[in-house]
Design a protein around this ligand. Structure first.
Ligand SMILES: Nc1ncnc2c1ncn2[C@@H]1O[C@H](COP(=O)(O)OP(=O)(O)OP(=O)(O)O)[C@@H](O)[C@H]1O
Ligand SMILES: [Mg+2]
Length: 316
């Protein structure tokens, strides 16, 4: 089995903060590794080490078999990085940004221009190509940033929370780009705070927390940690909330929860339960403004693994 990148026992400390406490990450060539974790888990730190931008205090990492510290220059030629925060030059146009990067990568000017035009078209930025990046919307900047990381046709691509803050349509565009890159043979490391995103794109997922991998597996195996799906009901009439909860309890055999005002949720094993809930709500004349069957969220997976919510501060 060949790994496009591999990290073993990475440790990184900032004063008293341990950003990475010894993590292992690896992706086979041509696959997507999802690195899933809440704020401060160590995602960006791990990406920066794999991208040669930061030295680990302990442990080792390699890309294409080359060490990220000793062979940093060679590693840089194989990778593309889209950071968490847009890194394009605000005063340059979309085209100028991409041509500049092409030139830094030693492409001839004509080649750099051709590559820029191709990427701008792929990312739906052709019309805005001649405008300074400072006039771009957040989603456009994110796309330009992603395009910038692909100028050199890297084999290994790191995407650090590429869709945080994007609307669903733009998020789907990015997802499609990732799928195309992988279909063309690239290997992708994608960090995200959304289980749904890791589920949609990743072959394998490493869940990290406090700089440690707390779970690793396929999307299906991670979701099975929580077990099945969740049904959510929001009765139109608040007075029927208890009745709706009773229906969920009866159908699922599980204890419903009320995660926010006016809604009740319950975990279920399969989608058959959903039809049964719909029937019973109808029989009891409980009309609803929201009714859904969904996969567990990162927070639910995280809660099952750690006993706390992703947003909770640790007592320590
Ligand atoms: N340059 C730095 N100096 C000091 N502490 C740092 C530095 N970079 C990261 N940290 C700390 O290391 C920990 C991990 O940070 P990191 O940015 O890797 O998390 P993350 O998983 O990317 O979080 P987010 O989802 O918010 O982007 C955090 O506690 C953070 O405060
Ligand atoms: Mg980060």
């Amino acid at each position: 089995m060949s790994y496009a990148f591999e990290a073993e026992g990475l440790v990184k400390r900032y004063g008293k903060t341990t950003a990475l406490a010894g993590i292992d990450l690896a992706a086979r060539t041509g696959t997507v590794l999802g690195v899933l974790g809440p704020n401060g888990a160590g995602k960006t730190t791990a990406v920066r080490i794999l991208a040669t931008l930061l030295r680990p205090d302990e442990g080792r990492a390699a890309v294409g078999g080359l060490d990220v510290v000793r062979d940093a220059a060679k590693v840089r030629r194989m990778i593309g990085l889209t950071g968490q925060y847009a890194s394009v030059d605000e005063d340059l146009t979309g085209t100028q940004n991409l041509v500049l990067i092409g030139q830094l990568l030693n492409l001839r000017t004509a080649e750099a221009k051709a590559r820029a035009a191709e990427l701008l078209a792929d990312f739906d930025l052709a019309e805005a190509a001649g405008r300074p990046a400072k006039t771009y919307s957040g989603g456009m900047r994110r796309r330009l940033d992603l395009a910038a990381s692909l100028v050199g046709r890297p084999d290994v691509i790191y995407l650090d929370e590429p869709t945080t803050g994007l609307d669903p349509a733009k998020r789907d565009d990015i997802w499609n780009v990732v799928r195309t890159l992988v279909a063309d043979g690239a290997t992708v490391l994608l960090t995200t705070q959304y289980l749904e995103e890791a589920d949609a794109l990743a072959d394998e997922i490493s869940v990290i927390d406090h700089g440690r991998v707390i779970a690793h597996g396929t999307p299906a195996s991670l979701k099975s940690v929580v077990g099945g799906q969740t049904i959510l009901v929001r009765p139109a009439d608040q007075a029927r909330l208890a009745d709706a909860a009773a229906v969920l309890a009866a159908v699922s055999g599980n204890q419903p929860e009320s995660p926010s005002r006016g809604v009740v949720t319950v975990p279920v094993e399969g989608d058959a339960a959903f039809t049964e809930v719909v029937k019973r709500l109808d029989v009891l004349g409980i009309s609803v403004t929201e009714l859904s069957l969904r996969l567990p969220s990162l927070d639910e997976v995280f809660f099952t693994l750690t006993g706390r919510h992703t947003e909770e501060e640790d007592a320590a």
